[in-house]
Write a protein that binds this ligand. Sequence first.
Ligand code: 4UU
Length: 541
Amino acid sequence: RIVTGSNNEKIIMSSCGDVSYPETLIHEFVWNNSENYPNHIALECGINGKKYTFAQAKDATSYIGRSLRNMGLKTGDVVALVAPNFPDTILSCLGISSGGFIVTTINPMYTAEEMMIQLLRANAKAIITSTSIASTVFAAKRACLSHKTPFIVIDDKIGSMPDGSIPFSDLITRGKSLPPVNLNRTCDDIVALPFSSGTTGLPKGVMLRHRNLVSNIMMVQTSIDVFQFPTSTFQDVIPAVLPFFHIYGMNALMFPRLSFGAKIITIPKFVPETFIDILDKNKVTALFCVPPIILFLTASPLVKKHHFHHVHLILCGAAPLAEMDVNRFYEKYNIDSQICEFRQGYGLTETSPVNFIGTGRKYSSIGQNIASCQVRLVDVMTKKDISTSGQTGELWIKGPHVMKGYLNDEDATKNTLTQDGWLKTGDIAYFDEDFDFYITDRLKELIKVKGFQVPPAELEALLRMHPDVEEAAVIGIPHERYGEVPKAFIVVKENKKPTEDDIKDFIKGKVSEYKQLRGGITFVDNIPKNSSGKILRAKMK
Ligand code: 4UU
Protein backbone atom coordinates (compact mmCIF):
# COMPACT_ATOMS: atom_id res chain seq x y z
CA ARG A 1 0.00 0.00 0.00
CA ILE A 2 2.95 2.36 0.50
CA VAL A 3 4.73 3.53 -2.63
CA THR A 4 7.96 5.51 -2.64
CA GLY A 5 7.75 8.58 -4.88
CA SER A 6 10.50 10.20 -6.91
CA ASN A 7 11.44 12.52 -4.04
CA ASN A 8 11.46 9.65 -1.58
CA GLU A 9 8.00 10.56 -0.32
CA LYS A 10 5.97 7.67 1.10
CA ILE A 11 2.60 7.63 -0.57
CA ILE A 12 -0.20 5.61 0.99
CA MET A 13 -2.31 4.47 -1.94
CA SER A 14 -6.01 3.64 -1.83
CA SER A 15 -6.94 -0.03 -1.63
CA CYS A 16 -9.81 0.80 -4.00
CA GLY A 17 -7.67 1.49 -7.05
CA ASP A 18 -8.24 4.37 -9.42
CA VAL A 19 -11.42 6.14 -10.29
CA SER A 20 -12.74 6.59 -13.78
CA TYR A 21 -15.23 9.34 -14.24
CA PRO A 22 -17.01 10.97 -17.17
CA GLU A 23 -15.86 14.24 -18.68
CA THR A 24 -19.16 15.92 -17.92
CA LEU A 25 -20.19 19.12 -16.20
CA ILE A 26 -21.68 18.73 -12.74
CA HIS A 27 -25.28 19.59 -13.72
CA GLU A 28 -25.13 17.14 -16.64
CA PHE A 29 -23.71 14.50 -14.31
CA VAL A 30 -26.46 15.03 -11.74
CA TRP A 31 -29.27 14.58 -14.29
CA ASN A 32 -27.47 11.87 -16.27
CA ASN A 33 -29.74 9.02 -15.18
CA SER A 34 -32.88 11.04 -14.68
CA GLU A 35 -34.47 9.83 -17.90
CA ASN A 36 -34.80 6.40 -16.29
CA TYR A 37 -37.24 7.76 -13.71
CA PRO A 38 -38.60 11.10 -15.00
CA ASN A 39 -41.71 11.00 -12.83
CA HIS A 40 -39.97 10.06 -9.61
CA ILE A 41 -39.92 12.81 -6.98
CA ALA A 42 -36.43 14.33 -6.87
CA LEU A 43 -36.99 17.20 -4.45
CA GLU A 44 -39.54 17.79 -1.75
CA CYS A 45 -39.74 20.59 0.78
CA GLY A 46 -39.98 19.11 4.27
CA ILE A 47 -41.94 22.15 5.45
CA ASN A 48 -44.48 23.01 2.78
CA GLY A 49 -44.43 19.83 0.69
CA LYS A 50 -43.53 21.57 -2.59
CA LYS A 51 -42.23 18.91 -4.99
CA TYR A 52 -40.35 18.52 -8.26
CA THR A 53 -40.05 15.32 -10.28
CA PHE A 54 -36.73 14.52 -11.92
CA ALA A 55 -38.05 15.70 -15.29
CA GLN A 56 -39.33 18.95 -13.79
CA ALA A 57 -36.14 19.54 -11.81
CA LYS A 58 -33.93 18.93 -14.81
CA ASP A 59 -35.96 21.28 -17.02
CA ALA A 60 -36.12 23.93 -14.31
CA THR A 61 -32.34 23.83 -13.96
CA SER A 62 -31.90 24.56 -17.61
CA TYR A 63 -34.52 27.35 -17.61
CA ILE A 64 -32.79 29.02 -14.66
CA GLY A 65 -29.49 28.99 -16.56
CA ARG A 66 -31.16 30.59 -19.58
CA SER A 67 -32.85 33.27 -17.48
CA LEU A 68 -29.61 34.21 -15.74
CA ARG A 69 -27.98 34.60 -19.18
CA ASN A 70 -30.88 36.72 -20.26
CA MET A 71 -30.19 39.09 -17.36
CA GLY A 72 -26.83 39.87 -18.87
CA LEU A 73 -24.60 37.55 -16.86
CA LYS A 74 -21.57 36.25 -18.73
CA THR A 75 -19.81 32.89 -18.76
CA GLY A 76 -17.76 32.48 -15.59
CA ASP A 77 -19.56 35.20 -13.63
CA VAL A 78 -20.11 34.46 -9.96
CA VAL A 79 -23.65 34.15 -8.61
CA ALA A 80 -24.09 34.26 -4.85
CA LEU A 81 -26.57 31.77 -3.44
CA VAL A 82 -27.68 32.66 0.10
CA ALA A 83 -30.62 30.50 1.07
CA PRO A 84 -31.62 27.86 3.60
CA ASN A 85 -32.28 24.35 2.26
CA PHE A 86 -35.23 24.36 -0.13
CA PRO A 87 -35.87 22.51 -3.39
CA ASP A 88 -35.36 25.87 -5.12
CA THR A 89 -31.93 26.19 -3.48
CA ILE A 90 -30.86 22.99 -5.21
CA LEU A 91 -32.35 24.11 -8.51
CA SER A 92 -30.51 27.43 -8.17
CA CYS A 93 -27.21 25.70 -7.58
CA LEU A 94 -27.54 23.50 -10.64
CA GLY A 95 -29.14 26.29 -12.68
CA ILE A 96 -26.11 28.50 -12.07
CA SER A 97 -23.91 25.69 -13.39
CA SER A 98 -26.11 25.11 -16.42
CA GLY A 99 -25.88 28.78 -17.37
CA GLY A 100 -22.08 28.56 -17.35
CA PHE A 101 -21.61 30.48 -14.10
CA ILE A 102 -19.91 29.91 -10.78
CA VAL A 103 -21.90 29.51 -7.56
CA THR A 104 -20.56 30.97 -4.34
CA THR A 105 -22.68 29.59 -1.52
CA ILE A 106 -23.07 31.89 1.47
CA ASN A 107 -24.20 30.76 4.91
CA PRO A 108 -27.80 32.02 5.30
CA MET A 109 -27.22 32.41 9.05
CA TYR A 110 -24.59 35.08 8.38
CA THR A 111 -25.01 38.67 9.46
CA ALA A 112 -25.14 41.32 6.72
CA GLU A 113 -21.50 42.19 7.50
CA GLU A 114 -20.34 38.61 7.01
CA MET A 115 -22.31 38.31 3.77
CA MET A 116 -20.80 41.54 2.46
CA ILE A 117 -17.28 40.26 2.87
CA GLN A 118 -18.01 37.18 0.77
CA LEU A 119 -20.03 39.06 -1.86
CA LEU A 120 -17.07 41.37 -2.38
CA ARG A 121 -14.30 38.77 -2.26
CA ALA A 122 -16.17 36.53 -4.69
CA ASN A 123 -17.08 39.48 -6.95
CA ALA A 124 -20.71 38.37 -7.13
CA LYS A 125 -22.67 39.59 -10.16
CA ALA A 126 -26.09 38.37 -9.01
CA ILE A 127 -27.72 37.12 -5.82
CA ILE A 128 -30.26 34.39 -5.23
CA THR A 129 -31.83 34.35 -1.76
CA SER A 130 -35.16 33.58 -0.07
CA THR A 131 -37.78 35.79 1.52
CA SER A 132 -37.12 34.78 5.16
CA ILE A 133 -33.60 36.26 5.05
CA ALA A 134 -34.03 38.67 2.13
CA SER A 135 -33.88 41.83 4.23
CA THR A 136 -30.45 40.91 5.67
CA VAL A 137 -29.14 39.90 2.25
CA PHE A 138 -30.56 43.05 0.72
CA ALA A 139 -28.81 45.19 3.33
CA ALA A 140 -25.53 43.46 2.45
CA LYS A 141 -26.14 43.97 -1.25
CA ARG A 142 -27.04 47.64 -0.88
CA ALA A 143 -23.88 48.29 1.12
CA CYS A 144 -21.45 46.75 -1.34
CA LEU A 145 -22.88 46.04 -4.80
CA SER A 146 -24.39 48.11 -7.58
CA HIS A 147 -28.14 48.63 -7.38
CA LYS A 148 -28.34 46.98 -10.81
CA THR A 149 -27.13 43.62 -9.46
CA PRO A 150 -29.98 41.14 -10.06
CA PHE A 151 -31.58 40.22 -6.72
CA ILE A 152 -33.57 37.02 -7.11
CA VAL A 153 -35.81 35.82 -4.30
CA ILE A 154 -37.25 32.38 -3.58
CA ASP A 155 -40.63 32.68 -1.86
CA ASP A 156 -40.26 30.58 1.30
CA LYS A 157 -43.56 31.92 2.71
CA ILE A 158 -41.88 33.80 5.54
CA GLY A 159 -41.16 37.48 5.01
CA SER A 160 -41.50 39.43 1.79
CA MET A 161 -39.52 40.46 -1.27
CA PRO A 162 -37.66 43.76 -1.13
CA ASP A 163 -38.61 46.30 -3.83
CA GLY A 164 -36.97 45.61 -7.14
CA SER A 165 -36.49 41.87 -6.49
CA ILE A 166 -37.01 39.28 -9.19
CA PRO A 167 -39.22 36.37 -8.03
CA PHE A 168 -37.33 33.11 -8.42
CA SER A 169 -40.35 31.44 -10.00
CA ASP A 170 -40.07 33.92 -12.91
CA LEU A 171 -36.69 32.42 -13.80
CA ILE A 172 -38.34 29.09 -14.46
CA THR A 173 -41.45 30.36 -16.25
CA ARG A 174 -39.59 32.90 -18.40
CA GLY A 175 -36.66 30.58 -19.11
CA LYS A 176 -38.97 28.16 -20.92
CA SER A 177 -39.29 30.48 -23.88
CA LEU A 178 -35.63 31.49 -24.00
CA PRO A 179 -33.11 29.77 -26.29
CA PRO A 180 -30.87 27.08 -24.72
CA VAL A 181 -27.52 28.31 -23.44
CA ASN A 182 -24.65 27.66 -25.80
CA LEU A 183 -22.35 26.34 -23.09
CA ASN A 184 -18.69 26.82 -23.67
CA ARG A 185 -17.49 25.21 -20.45
CA THR A 186 -15.10 22.33 -19.82
CA CYS A 187 -14.49 20.12 -16.82
CA ASP A 188 -11.51 22.26 -15.94
CA ASP A 189 -13.60 25.38 -15.47
CA ILE A 190 -14.52 26.51 -11.98
CA VAL A 191 -18.15 25.90 -11.00
CA ALA A 192 -18.24 26.25 -7.22
CA LEU A 193 -16.68 28.78 -4.89
CA PRO A 194 -17.48 27.82 -1.31
CA PHE A 195 -15.51 29.68 1.35
CA SER A 196 -13.08 28.13 3.81
CA SER A 197 -10.41 29.59 6.04
CA GLY A 198 -8.12 26.65 5.29
CA THR A 199 -5.17 26.31 7.62
CA THR A 200 -4.93 29.97 8.62
CA GLY A 201 -6.48 33.42 8.30
CA LEU A 202 -9.82 34.59 6.97
CA PRO A 203 -12.31 32.72 4.77
CA LYS A 204 -11.13 32.38 1.17
CA GLY A 205 -12.91 31.31 -2.00
CA VAL A 206 -12.12 27.66 -2.72
CA MET A 207 -11.99 27.22 -6.51
CA LEU A 208 -13.61 23.89 -7.38
CA ARG A 209 -13.79 22.73 -10.98
CA HIS A 210 -16.53 20.59 -12.53
CA ARG A 211 -13.90 17.83 -12.65
CA ASN A 212 -13.26 18.08 -8.90
CA LEU A 213 -16.92 17.61 -8.02
CA VAL A 214 -17.66 14.86 -10.55
CA SER A 215 -14.48 12.89 -9.80
CA ASN A 216 -15.09 13.02 -6.05
CA ILE A 217 -18.59 11.59 -6.41
CA MET A 218 -17.16 8.76 -8.51
CA MET A 219 -14.23 8.25 -6.11
CA VAL A 220 -16.71 7.43 -3.35
CA GLN A 221 -18.74 5.28 -5.71
CA THR A 222 -15.66 3.33 -6.85
CA SER A 223 -14.85 2.54 -3.21
CA ILE A 224 -18.16 1.20 -1.99
CA ASP A 225 -17.49 -2.45 -2.85
CA VAL A 226 -14.12 -2.63 -1.10
CA PHE A 227 -15.45 -0.80 1.95
CA GLN A 228 -18.81 -2.61 1.84
CA PHE A 229 -20.39 0.78 2.04
CA PRO A 230 -24.20 0.84 1.77
CA THR A 231 -25.12 1.58 -1.83
CA SER A 232 -27.24 4.50 -2.97
CA THR A 233 -30.18 3.71 -5.19
CA PHE A 234 -33.07 5.56 -6.75
CA GLN A 235 -35.20 4.24 -3.90
CA ASP A 236 -33.32 6.28 -1.34
CA VAL A 237 -35.17 8.92 0.64
CA ILE A 238 -32.83 11.35 2.31
CA PRO A 239 -33.70 14.26 4.58
CA ALA A 240 -31.27 17.11 3.94
CA VAL A 241 -30.63 18.89 7.18
CA LEU A 242 -26.94 19.52 6.40
CA PRO A 243 -26.84 22.96 4.84
CA PHE A 244 -26.32 23.02 1.07
CA PHE A 245 -23.99 26.01 1.32
CA HIS A 246 -21.38 23.76 2.96
CA ILE A 247 -19.46 21.33 0.79
CA TYR A 248 -20.70 18.32 2.82
CA GLY A 249 -24.33 19.23 2.06
CA MET A 250 -23.44 20.11 -1.52
CA ASN A 251 -21.19 17.40 -2.91
CA ALA A 252 -21.67 14.54 -0.45
CA LEU A 253 -25.43 14.89 -0.14
CA MET A 254 -27.22 16.98 -2.77
CA PHE A 255 -25.31 16.30 -6.02
CA PRO A 256 -24.38 12.62 -5.60
CA ARG A 257 -27.71 11.51 -4.13
CA LEU A 258 -29.66 13.17 -6.94
CA SER A 259 -27.33 11.63 -9.50
CA PHE A 260 -28.29 8.20 -8.14
CA GLY A 261 -31.95 9.09 -8.27
CA ALA A 262 -32.64 9.55 -4.57
CA LYS A 263 -35.44 11.75 -3.28
CA ILE A 264 -34.17 14.63 -1.19
CA ILE A 265 -36.39 16.13 1.47
CA THR A 266 -35.13 19.60 2.24
CA ILE A 267 -35.06 20.97 5.79
CA PRO A 268 -34.32 24.68 6.08
CA LYS A 269 -33.52 24.68 9.80
CA PHE A 270 -32.94 21.93 12.32
CA VAL A 271 -35.96 21.92 14.61
CA PRO A 272 -36.33 18.62 16.54
CA GLU A 273 -40.11 18.39 16.08
CA THR A 274 -39.91 19.06 12.34
CA PHE A 275 -37.12 16.56 11.90
CA ILE A 276 -39.08 13.87 13.76
CA ASP A 277 -42.17 14.71 11.77
CA ILE A 278 -40.21 14.06 8.56
CA LEU A 279 -38.89 10.77 9.95
CA ASP A 280 -42.46 9.82 10.86
CA LYS A 281 -43.94 10.59 7.46
CA ASN A 282 -41.23 9.18 5.21
CA LYS A 283 -39.39 5.91 4.82
CA VAL A 284 -36.03 7.55 5.31
CA THR A 285 -33.16 5.35 4.09
CA ALA A 286 -30.02 7.33 4.91
CA LEU A 287 -29.05 10.06 7.36
CA PHE A 288 -26.23 12.48 6.68
CA CYS A 289 -25.09 13.90 10.00
CA VAL A 290 -22.60 15.95 11.96
CA PRO A 291 -21.72 14.84 15.52
CA PRO A 292 -24.35 17.03 17.28
CA ILE A 293 -27.09 15.28 15.26
CA ILE A 294 -25.80 11.87 16.38
CA LEU A 295 -25.97 13.13 19.97
CA PHE A 296 -29.52 14.37 19.32
CA LEU A 297 -30.57 11.03 17.82
CA THR A 298 -29.27 9.28 20.90
CA ALA A 299 -30.53 11.67 23.57
CA SER A 300 -33.88 13.00 22.38
CA PRO A 301 -36.98 11.34 23.83
CA LEU A 302 -38.75 12.16 20.55
CA VAL A 303 -36.58 9.71 18.61
CA LYS A 304 -37.82 6.10 18.53
CA LYS A 305 -36.46 2.85 17.22
CA HIS A 306 -39.01 2.72 14.38
CA HIS A 307 -37.54 5.91 12.90
CA PHE A 308 -34.58 3.82 11.79
CA HIS A 309 -36.63 1.00 10.33
CA HIS A 310 -35.60 1.75 6.72
CA VAL A 311 -32.29 3.48 7.44
CA HIS A 312 -29.32 1.58 6.03
CA LEU A 313 -26.68 4.30 6.43
CA ILE A 314 -25.84 6.93 9.01
CA LEU A 315 -22.92 8.99 7.77
CA CYS A 316 -21.19 11.38 10.14
CA GLY A 317 -18.41 13.85 9.45
CA ALA A 318 -17.15 17.45 9.63
CA ALA A 319 -15.91 17.09 13.22
CA PRO A 320 -14.57 14.38 15.54
CA LEU A 321 -16.96 11.81 16.98
CA ALA A 322 -16.20 9.40 19.81
CA GLU A 323 -16.77 5.66 19.46
CA MET A 324 -18.71 5.79 22.74
CA ASP A 325 -21.38 8.01 21.18
CA VAL A 326 -22.00 5.52 18.38
CA ASN A 327 -22.14 2.59 20.81
CA ARG A 328 -24.63 4.49 22.91
CA PHE A 329 -26.81 4.98 19.86
CA TYR A 330 -26.87 1.27 19.01
CA GLU A 331 -27.41 0.24 22.62
CA LYS A 332 -30.27 2.62 23.18
CA TYR A 333 -32.32 1.46 20.17
CA ASN A 334 -31.04 -2.10 20.02
CA ILE A 335 -30.53 -1.73 16.27
CA ASP A 336 -28.58 -4.22 14.13
CA SER A 337 -25.42 -2.36 13.14
CA GLN A 338 -25.09 -4.48 10.02
CA ILE A 339 -28.45 -3.36 8.69
CA CYS A 340 -28.33 0.25 9.81
CA GLU A 341 -24.65 0.97 9.31
CA PHE A 342 -22.75 3.83 10.88
CA ARG A 343 -19.82 5.27 8.95
CA GLN A 344 -17.60 8.28 9.39
CA GLY A 345 -16.58 10.44 6.46
CA TYR A 346 -13.62 12.77 6.48
CA GLY A 347 -13.75 15.71 4.15
CA LEU A 348 -12.57 19.23 3.48
CA THR A 349 -13.98 22.04 1.37
CA GLU A 350 -10.63 22.05 -0.45
CA THR A 351 -11.09 18.40 -1.51
CA SER A 352 -14.64 18.55 -2.89
CA PRO A 353 -14.95 17.13 -0.04
CA VAL A 354 -14.51 13.36 0.59
CA ASN A 355 -11.11 11.73 1.24
CA PHE A 356 -11.78 8.93 3.72
CA ILE A 357 -14.75 6.81 4.63
CA GLY A 358 -15.21 4.39 7.48
CA THR A 359 -14.72 0.74 6.62
CA GLY A 360 -16.78 -0.91 9.33
CA ARG A 361 -16.80 -1.32 13.06
CA LYS A 362 -14.04 1.04 14.20
CA TYR A 363 -16.37 3.91 14.80
CA SER A 364 -13.75 6.38 15.97
CA SER A 365 -11.76 5.88 12.78
CA ILE A 366 -12.28 7.99 9.66
CA GLY A 367 -11.55 4.79 7.75
CA GLN A 368 -9.44 4.55 4.64
CA ASN A 369 -8.61 6.72 1.67
CA ILE A 370 -11.08 6.29 -1.17
CA ALA A 371 -10.18 5.44 -4.79
CA SER A 372 -7.57 7.78 -6.34
CA CYS A 373 -7.08 9.64 -3.06
CA GLN A 374 -3.35 9.50 -2.35
CA VAL A 375 -2.19 10.21 1.16
CA ARG A 376 0.99 11.20 2.93
CA LEU A 377 1.59 11.65 6.64
CA VAL A 378 4.29 14.20 7.25
CA ASP A 379 6.05 14.50 10.60
CA VAL A 380 5.40 18.01 11.88
CA MET A 381 8.87 18.49 13.35
CA THR A 382 11.19 16.63 10.95
CA LYS A 383 9.01 17.14 7.82
CA LYS A 384 9.83 13.53 6.95
CA ASP A 385 7.19 11.12 5.65
CA ILE A 386 5.82 8.54 8.06
CA SER A 387 5.35 4.99 6.85
CA THR A 388 4.68 3.08 10.06
CA SER A 389 1.44 2.59 11.92
CA GLY A 390 0.81 4.43 15.17
CA GLN A 391 2.94 7.49 14.39
CA THR A 392 1.20 10.83 13.99
CA GLY A 393 1.83 13.39 11.28
CA GLU A 394 0.05 15.98 9.16
CA LEU A 395 -2.26 14.48 6.52
CA TRP A 396 -1.44 15.47 2.96
CA ILE A 397 -3.78 14.64 0.11
CA LYS A 398 -3.56 14.40 -3.66
CA GLY A 399 -6.09 13.43 -6.31
CA PRO A 400 -8.46 14.70 -9.01
CA HIS A 401 -10.70 16.13 -6.28
CA VAL A 402 -8.20 18.67 -4.93
CA MET A 403 -9.13 22.34 -5.48
CA LYS A 404 -7.45 24.55 -8.05
CA GLY A 405 -6.51 27.03 -5.31
CA TYR A 406 -7.86 29.94 -3.30
CA LEU A 407 -9.41 32.77 -5.31
CA ASN A 408 -7.10 35.79 -5.61
CA ASP A 409 -4.84 34.53 -2.85
CA GLU A 410 -1.58 33.22 -4.18
CA ASP A 411 0.12 33.18 -0.79
CA ALA A 412 -2.56 31.06 0.84
CA THR A 413 -2.61 28.76 -2.20
CA LYS A 414 1.18 28.31 -2.07
CA ASN A 415 1.11 27.59 1.63
CA THR A 416 -1.58 24.95 1.21
CA LEU A 417 -0.81 23.28 -2.13
CA THR A 418 2.70 22.07 -2.91
CA GLN A 419 4.06 22.48 -6.43
CA ASP A 420 3.44 18.81 -7.16
CA GLY A 421 -0.19 19.00 -6.07
CA TRP A 422 -0.21 17.85 -2.44
CA LEU A 423 -2.79 19.54 -0.24
CA LYS A 424 -1.77 20.07 3.37
CA THR A 425 -4.91 19.48 5.42
CA GLY A 426 -3.72 20.91 8.73
CA ASP A 427 -5.09 17.77 10.44
CA ILE A 428 -2.97 15.39 12.52
CA ALA A 429 -3.56 11.68 12.05
CA TYR A 430 -2.11 8.19 12.34
CA PHE A 431 -3.05 4.81 10.89
CA ASP A 432 -3.37 1.41 12.54
CA GLU A 433 -2.22 -2.02 11.35
CA ASP A 434 -5.17 -2.21 8.91
CA PHE A 435 -4.49 1.24 7.40
CA ASP A 436 -7.55 2.63 9.15
CA PHE A 437 -6.88 6.28 9.95
CA TYR A 438 -7.63 8.34 13.07
CA ILE A 439 -7.65 12.12 13.38
CA THR A 440 -6.03 13.07 16.68
CA ASP A 441 -5.60 16.82 16.52
CA ARG A 442 -5.75 19.92 14.37
CA LEU A 443 -2.56 21.70 13.47
CA LYS A 444 -4.49 24.51 11.80
CA GLU A 445 -6.14 27.28 13.78
CA LEU A 446 -9.68 26.49 12.57
CA ILE A 447 -12.38 25.97 15.21
CA LYS A 448 -15.32 23.73 14.38
CA VAL A 449 -18.61 24.55 16.12
CA LYS A 450 -21.29 21.94 15.30
CA GLY A 451 -19.20 21.17 12.20
CA PHE A 452 -19.27 24.81 11.03
CA GLN A 453 -16.02 26.65 10.42
CA VAL A 454 -15.13 29.42 12.84
CA PRO A 455 -11.87 31.07 11.81
CA PRO A 456 -10.17 32.52 14.91
CA ALA A 457 -8.52 35.23 12.78
CA GLU A 458 -11.95 36.65 12.03
CA LEU A 459 -12.91 36.95 15.71
CA GLU A 460 -9.48 38.29 16.63
CA ALA A 461 -9.74 41.05 14.01
CA LEU A 462 -13.17 41.97 15.38
CA LEU A 463 -12.04 41.96 19.00
CA ARG A 464 -9.15 44.25 18.15
CA MET A 465 -11.69 46.77 16.87
CA HIS A 466 -13.08 47.16 20.39
CA PRO A 467 -11.73 50.45 21.81
CA ASP A 468 -10.52 48.82 25.06
CA VAL A 469 -8.75 45.88 23.45
CA GLU A 470 -5.02 45.93 22.85
CA GLU A 471 -4.53 42.31 21.77
CA ALA A 472 -6.74 39.27 21.29
CA ALA A 473 -6.33 35.59 20.60
CA VAL A 474 -9.08 33.03 20.05
CA ILE A 475 -8.89 29.27 20.40
CA GLY A 476 -11.40 26.43 20.44
CA ILE A 477 -12.19 24.63 23.68
CA PRO A 478 -14.15 21.38 24.00
CA HIS A 479 -17.92 21.62 24.35
CA GLU A 480 -20.23 18.72 25.16
CA ARG A 481 -22.84 19.37 22.50
CA TYR A 482 -21.13 21.62 19.95
CA GLY A 483 -17.77 19.79 19.83
CA GLU A 484 -15.83 23.01 20.22
CA VAL A 485 -16.64 26.63 21.05
CA PRO A 486 -14.50 29.76 20.68
CA LYS A 487 -12.79 31.22 23.72
CA ALA A 488 -10.97 34.57 23.71
CA PHE A 489 -7.89 35.75 25.55
CA ILE A 490 -7.68 39.50 25.74
CA VAL A 491 -5.04 42.02 26.72
CA VAL A 492 -6.77 45.31 27.56
CA LYS A 493 -5.41 48.79 26.94
CA GLU A 494 -3.93 50.70 29.84
CA ASN A 495 -6.49 51.95 32.37
CA LYS A 496 -9.34 50.16 30.61
CA LYS A 497 -11.54 47.65 32.40
CA PRO A 498 -14.10 46.15 30.05
CA THR A 499 -16.22 43.31 31.42
CA GLU A 500 -16.73 39.99 29.70
CA ASP A 501 -20.28 41.08 28.82
CA ASP A 502 -19.06 44.35 27.25
CA ILE A 503 -16.89 42.38 24.87
CA LYS A 504 -19.53 39.75 24.16
CA ASP A 505 -22.10 42.45 23.41
CA PHE A 506 -19.67 44.08 21.02
CA ILE A 507 -19.31 40.82 19.07
CA LYS A 508 -22.99 39.87 19.22
CA GLY A 509 -24.53 41.56 16.17
CA LYS A 510 -21.38 41.40 14.08
CA VAL A 511 -20.99 37.66 13.57
CA SER A 512 -23.43 34.78 13.36
CA GLU A 513 -24.82 32.99 16.37
CA TYR A 514 -22.52 29.94 16.21
CA LYS A 515 -19.39 32.12 16.24
CA GLN A 516 -20.26 33.79 19.58
CA LEU A 517 -17.71 33.47 22.37
CA ARG A 518 -19.47 30.61 24.19
CA GLY A 519 -16.15 29.51 25.67
CA GLY A 520 -15.91 32.79 27.56
CA ILE A 521 -13.18 35.41 27.82
CA THR A 522 -10.08 35.44 29.95
CA PHE A 523 -8.21 38.69 30.49
CA VAL A 524 -4.45 38.17 30.41
CA ASP A 525 -1.28 40.27 30.58
CA ASN A 526 0.15 39.04 27.34
CA ILE A 527 -0.47 36.65 24.47
CA PRO A 528 2.27 34.10 23.79
CA LYS A 529 3.73 34.57 20.31
CA ASN A 530 6.70 33.32 18.35
CA SER A 531 9.46 35.58 17.03
CA SER A 532 7.53 36.42 13.87
CA GLY A 533 4.45 37.47 15.87
CA LYS A 534 2.38 34.36 15.27
CA ILE A 535 0.07 33.44 18.15
CA LEU A 536 1.18 30.23 19.86
CA ARG A 537 -2.23 28.61 20.01
CA ALA A 538 -1.05 25.22 21.17
CA LYS A 539 0.58 26.89 24.16
CA MET A 540 -2.59 28.81 24.93
CA LYS A 541 -4.66 25.63 24.91
C1 4UU B 1 -12.63 14.77 12.45
O1 4UU B 1 -16.22 19.68 7.27
C2 4UU B 1 -15.93 19.59 6.10
C3 4UU B 1 -16.34 18.44 5.30
C4 4UU B 1 -16.89 17.36 5.92
C5 4UU B 1 -17.31 16.13 5.29
C6 4UU B 1 -17.59 16.02 4.00
C7 4UU B 1 -18.00 14.83 3.41
C8 4UU B 1 -17.44 15.04 6.05
C9 4UU B 1 -17.85 13.75 5.56
C10 4UU B 1 -18.14 13.68 4.17
O2 4UU B 1 -18.52 12.59 3.65
O3 4UU B 1 -15.23 20.56 5.45
P1 4UU B 1 -14.61 21.87 6.12
O4 4UU B 1 -13.76 22.46 5.07
O5 4UU B 1 -15.69 22.70 6.69
O6 4UU B 1 -13.73 21.37 7.33
C11 4UU B 1 -12.65 20.51 7.14
C12 4UU B 1 -12.12 20.08 8.46
C13 4UU B 1 -11.04 19.03 8.37
O7 4UU B 1 -9.81 19.58 8.01
C14 4UU B 1 -11.08 18.45 9.77
O8 4UU B 1 -10.38 19.27 10.67
O9 4UU B 1 -13.14 19.47 9.28
C15 4UU B 1 -12.56 18.48 10.11
N1 4UU B 1 -13.19 17.18 9.84
C16 4UU B 1 -13.13 16.12 10.67
N2 4UU B 1 -12.52 15.95 11.85
C17 4UU B 1 -13.92 16.83 8.77
N3 4UU B 1 -14.35 15.55 8.89
C18 4UU B 1 -13.87 15.08 10.08
C19 4UU B 1 -13.98 13.84 10.77
N4 4UU B 1 -13.33 13.74 11.97
N5 4UU B 1 -14.68 12.81 10.32
